[in-house]
Design a protein. Structure first.
Length: 609
């Protein structure tokens, strides 16, 4: 077996182009990679050719992809919605799987092939939902946690069932003895991997963390652990992808420090998603047959309809005991309808093993494409539906991270600290010391460092306020808070001279302009340090142009008067920014420069009662 380097290069180029096009339309890159294989491979144009070496590369890519998925999942986050997620997973998996099994038994009567179709119809896609949840800005809601938990439970169940049935099919025995033997192997495998993952891995992790292990060596050790679990799964008559997935789940924070985990995860993503796994998905597209549209169109339609209806209805019915309402159950079902990597992997392995034919494989591939295409439409409509009925429930995030600990940042922290736990982050040691002297929690470090933000509590914070004199740092830290930690309110202070292109970046991650307008942080720092400011408060009955003068006077002149910091209402206190609903506001607090026209007029009003 030799590797055709030119063919590999063309496959990677096709994967890159297909993934980019899919991402531009808001879909997972794997669908674009699969589409590239269908379009450019044997099914249509025939520009790409099958290659045994590519099959080996693709298989390695799938194993490492499942290892990465395991590494990427945080069981503690998923645990917050474990009950609702388990119910959603049960209904979203069992109902479409049962419908798929029954349908295929009526069509061909093969229980093994019917089981694989059932598993493929029951799974859901983590990648699909993660992207859409970010786009909709609902990572901080209960439904987001339930969706991620449901996807995790669904995929674990699918992998175990798939691997067990694959082992039975390999022996060719469905007798009681064969079932018991295969089940015993699976139980032993799960028991051994649990022991190694929970008892051995933490000990090895502590040993590694005490030594200066090169990051490349550490990455290789994680790969070896994943391959070891994969080999154990093979030996147990299961499939390697289940072992790799479990290895990733066990290698978590606590086994390795956060910084090392982040580095390993980043490298694993690059190698698996960026290099090897795309080869698998492109070559998987080679096996698709468009003949299914003429040979079995009714079966294709039936699979797609039953997969969609079964997922949504099954999830909604099983979701009723949570007490969260049928609307939320339907929304969760709509979000779980997309299939992705796991479904394609299951189908391709079953095809190679000769357990399903190309017609069934093609049906499953097109089912994955069609159902995934519905997720943005159905989930967006469901979220709007929940919002109209005021049933989109936010999670219990609390706390505020402030990037910057200069005079203005400290002032903001003091005014907001009465309602939330506030942590400041700054690279300036003197600023951090001054903040601690005021009783504030301050961490020395960069606001664009994920480890520092993690230490500051970004994982559970409801807002990130970037208040440094550096506009680029403010934008980058706000973006990191939104996209890496799912913080629902990323707010950044921008100066008046910041380019419009820089300000437009806020829209990329649904960020807002802190203080409701552009502000020169450095200028306010100087005024506060010089004792030229005083705390002010006013109600909306007072002239609103005092707060938002930018449309009537020169914005720089407006910034010399007053600076709104927090909005007080019956529901609490929150940072003042663009896009706030002022209808329920009772009071606005901020600071003003002593001696300015605004402060003089205010003092005059107070003096006259």
């Amino acid at each position: 077996m030799t590797l055709d380097v030119l063919n590999l290069m063309l496959v990677l180029m096709a994967a890159l182009a297909g993934g980019w096009i899919a991402a531009r339309f808001g879909y997972p890159a794997i669908l674009g990679e699969l589409g590239a294989g269908i379009l450019l491979g044997p099914p249509l144009l025939g520009l790409l050719q099958a290659d045994d070496a590519l099959v080996v590369i693709g298989k390695l890519g799938v194993v490492l992809l499942m290892l990465y998925i395991g590494l990427h999942l945080d069981p503690t986050d998923i645990g917050r919605a474990s009950k609702a997620g388990a119910l959603a997973a049960a209904g979203g998996f069992l109902v479409p799987a049962a419908l798929g099994f029954g349908l295929m038994m009526l069509v061909n009567g093969d229980p093994i092939a019917s089981t694989f179709v059932a598993v493929a119809m029951g799974v859901t896609s983590l990648a699909t939902k993660s992207r859409i949840l970010v786009d909709l800005g609902i990572l901080n809601t209960r439904i987001a946690h339930v969706l991620m938990a449901g996807a995790l439970f669904s995929d674990i169940a699918a992998l175990i069932i798939f691997a067990t049935v694959l082992g039975l099919a390999a022996t060719g025995a469905i007798a009681i003895g064969g079932v018991l033997a295969a089940s015993a192997k699976a139980i032993v495998f799960l028991g051994v991997t649990w022991f190694v993952g929970t008892k051995v891995f933490p000990v090895l992790g502590r040993w590694i963390s005490k030594r200066s292990v090169d990051s490349t060596v550490l990455f290789l050790l994680v790969v070896i652990a994943g391959l070891g679990f994969a080999a154990a799964a093979d030996a147990a008559g299961l499939h390697a992808i289940l072992g790799a997935f479990l290895a990733g789940l066990y290698i978590r924070e606590g086994v390795l420090p956060h910084r090392q985990m982040a580095d390993v995860e980043r490298r694993m993503r690059g190698v698996s998603l960026g290099l090897l796994a795309p080869v698998f998905f492109v070559t998987a597209g080679y096996n698709v047959s468009f003949g299914v549209f003429t040979e079995a169109p009714l079966l294709l339609i039936a699979v797609v309809v039953l997969a969609t209806v079964g997922k949504i209805v099954g999830t909604a019915i099983f979701y009723i005991p949570t007490g969260y309402g049928i609307r939320e159950g339907i929304a969760v079902g709509a979000g779980m309808n997309g299939r992705g990597a796991v479904e394609i992997i299951v189908a391709e392995i079953a095809l190679v093993a000769g357990l399903i034919d190309e017609t069934v494989f093609s049906i499953l591939v097109f089912m994955a494409i069609f159902t995934t295409a519905t997720v943005p439409i159905l989930l967006t409509a469901s979220i709007k539906w929940l919002r109209r009925h005021d049933q989109l429930v936010a999670d219990d995030r609390d706390g505020i991270v402030i990037v910057g600990a200069g005079p203005l940042a400290r002032t903001v922290a003091l005014q907001l600290g009465g309602a939330s736990h506030v942590t400041l982050v700054d690279v300036n040691a003197a600023h951090c010391r001054d903040a601690r002297e005021l009783g504030l929690n301050a961490i020395l470090g960069s606001g664009v460092d994920t480890d520092i933000l993690h230490e500051a509590g970004a994982d559970s914070s409801k807002a990130l306020l970037a208040i440094t004199p550096n506009a680029e740092v403010n934008l980058l830290s706000a973006k990191l808070g939104a996209q890496r930690f799912g913080i629902p309110r990323p707010l950044a202070a921008l100066p008046h001279d910041a380019p419009d292109s820089l300000a437009a970046m806020l829209e990329d991650f649904d960020g807002d302009l802190l203080f409701g307008r552009r502000v020169d942080v450095g200028s306010w720092d100087v005024s506060i340090e010089a004792g030229e400011t005083a705390e002010v408060s006013y109600t909306l009955a007072e002239p609103i142009e005092v707060i938002e003068r930018g449309s009537t006077v020169d914005p720089l002149a407006a910034s010399l008067e007053s600076l709104p910091i927090a909005l007080l209402s019956s529901s609490g206190i929150e940072p003042y920014s663009e896009g706030l609903d002022l209808a329920s506001a009772e009071q606005i607090v901020g600071i003003g420069r002593v001696g300015t026209r605004f402060m003089s007029e205010r003092e005059g009003r107070l003096a006259t009662g």
